[in-house]
Write a protein that binds this ligand. Structure first.
Ligand SMILES: *Cc1c(COP(=O)(O)O)cnc(C)c1O
Length: 498
């Protein structure tokens, strides 16, 4: 008979000083497994196929969650099978798909601390200290943006999608207050490459389906300011209200940075709220060599920064920062049980954040950025950003020389668009190869790359966010694309017959 673990008092599972030894033992067991797993990782994935994914989904769906608990070691064994064995690892140079970053160690420790203490940073009475850490980090970010830190404000959010919604919420209510115009007449102007969350936010905010106007971009996918000015003229001429202009500092598909100074001047001329979506490009705030690429961002009314992209923080960690603190009044909401509107007086604790946020209970996500800055310093994170920006530029030059690869344009941030080419294959055949090459690389586990469409053509996309990657790693991905392309491309004979 196998030994069954002694039933333990279920109350011991609750974090408590009396159970500290038990907690330490559990954490050590988990840590051993986790570090053991990490130490054995040799590739971004062990190989991902759709059949494998379906089988895994079935196994997880079949787990009986009502069965009495297994011991921790068994549960961790199971988790290794169900999750970690197939996990995608972002520190591996073969991972170059989406905007996922490797994370810094102090941030990982901060995550554990946050989970153990478990404060909610909506009101100070439940998060003493934590709230002030959030406020300090918002002021710091505002300073980096070039805002007057005494007048700026903001809150942490779970991601750029929420930050963009929050910024546009403020823009909407500002426009409504100023013009009295109904929602049907409000328009948001962004480039054709703006993040999809801008459209989604407009719909959630009650704007009509055609409220987001897409301004064309130049050959490097940056918003065309002349076209923006014409768009705003047309909006005003037809009696519509330019509620907001959204500039993107680092587009998701190209890493393009819209020309912020010119856009800011045009938005100001039309009294439109300027929201800058720097979810991707925000890391440049830390760079000593590339910070100038964000010049003009200081004119924004609101800015989205995703720390979980180019600040090397674990998900979730983002912020919405506003140039004028008072603009946050538009989302203020009061509840008698939390932050009554008639609160006040000398005994009141200073600094509740709940009225500034779209959330109520809010995780202490700022702590990971805090510990990262305190231990590593902003310059270290900035040097990582420099490294990946320089890596992308150098990779572009190297890959552009490879036969059978076509690159789209020089990267502005860390995104490269490329495709396999071969003589005798037309555009349709080459387009058809893009998803097949991508799937072949993922199945082998050699490289994880993304794909997108530009002007109707398909491209493979490399997003380079790994400061540990070397140029040879990126060249290897390029060569793997060529190898897969050769294997999958119809032969010259087949092309002839077709
Ligand atoms: C990633 C991204 C977003 C969305 O951010 P999430 O953190 O994924 O919600 C918004 N805008 C841009 C430009 C992005 O790259």
């Amino acid at each position: 008979m196998p030994l069954t673990p002694a039933p333990r008092d279920p109350r011991e599972a609750l974090v408590h000083p009396a159970h500290a030894d038990r907690l330490r033992a559990d954490l050590e067991l988990g840590l051993d497994r986790l570090i053991g797993r990490l130490a054995g990782v040799r590739a971004a994935t062990p190989g991902t196929t759709s059949a494998g994914a379906r089988a895994l989904a079935r196994r997880i769906a079949g787990t009986d969650l009502d069965r009495p608990g297994v011991d921790l070691a068994t549960a961790l064994d199971e988790l290794d099978e169900l999750w970690l064995r197939d996990a995608v690892w972002f520190h591996e140079p073969g991972y170059a798909a989406h905007l996922n970053c490797p994370v810094v160690a102090p941030a990982v420790l901060a995550e554990l601390m946050v989970a153990l203490v478990n404060p909610s940073i909506d009101t100070v009475d439940q998060s003493m200290g934590a709230t002030f850490v959030e406020q300090r980090l918002i002021a710091w970010t505002a300073g980096r943006l070039g805002f007057d830190a005494d007048h700026a404000d903001g809150v942490f959010t779970p991601g750029g999608t929420t930050s963009n919604l929050h910024g546009l919420h403020l823009a909407r209510d500002e426009a409504r207050e100023r013009t009295g115009a109904p929602l049907e007449r409000m328009r948001v102007i962004a480039s054709v490459d703006a993040h999809m969350s801008v459209d989604r936010a407009a719909r959630l905010l009650g704007l009509p389906a055609d409220a987001v106007l897409a301004v064309p971009v130049d050959h490097r996918r940056r918003m065309d300011p002349g076209a923006l000015a014409r768009c705003l003229d047309a909006v005003r001429a037809t009696g519509l209200v330019p509620m907001a202009v959204v500039a993107t500092a680092g587009t998701t598909d190209h890493g393009a940075i819209d020309p912020l100074p010119r856009i800011a001047a045009i938005a100001a001329e039309h009294r439109a709220w300027l929201h800058v979506d720097a979810a991707y490009g925000g890391g440049l705030l830390l760079s000593t060599t590339h910070r100038h690429r964000l010049e003009g961002i200081e004119h924004a009314d609101s800015v989205t920064v995703d720390f979980h992209k180019t600040f090397f923080q674990p998900v979730a960690c983002s912020a919405l920062v506003v140039r004028t603190a008072a603009s946050l009044r538009h989302v203020a909401w009061h509840a008698d049980y939390l932050n009554p509107a008639d609160a006040g007086g000398a005994d009141e604790l200073p600094g509740d954040q709940v009225a500034k946020s779209l959330q109520t209970t809010r995780r202490f996500d700022p702590l990971k950025l805090w510990l990262s800055l305190r231990v590593l310093g902003a310059d270290t994170l900035g040097a990582y950003v420099d490294r990946i920006v320089d890596l992308a530029a150098a990779s572009y030059r190297r890959l552009a020389d490879e036969p059978h690869l076509e690159l789209r344009t020089e990267p502005e941030l860390t995104t490269l668009l490329l495709r396999y080419t071969a003589p005798g294959l037309d555009d349709a055949a080459l387009d058809d190869l893009v998803p097949r090459i991508r799937a072949a690389l993922a199945a082998e586990g050699r490289a994880v790359v993304a794909a997108t469409r530009v002007e109707g053509r398909r491209w493979l996309k490399l997003t380079l966010l790994n400061p540990l990657a070397e140029i040879e790693d990126v060249v290897a991905i390029g060569r793997a694309i060529v190898t897969a392309g050769h294997a999958l491309a119809p032969s010259a004979a087949e092309v002839e017959v077709a």
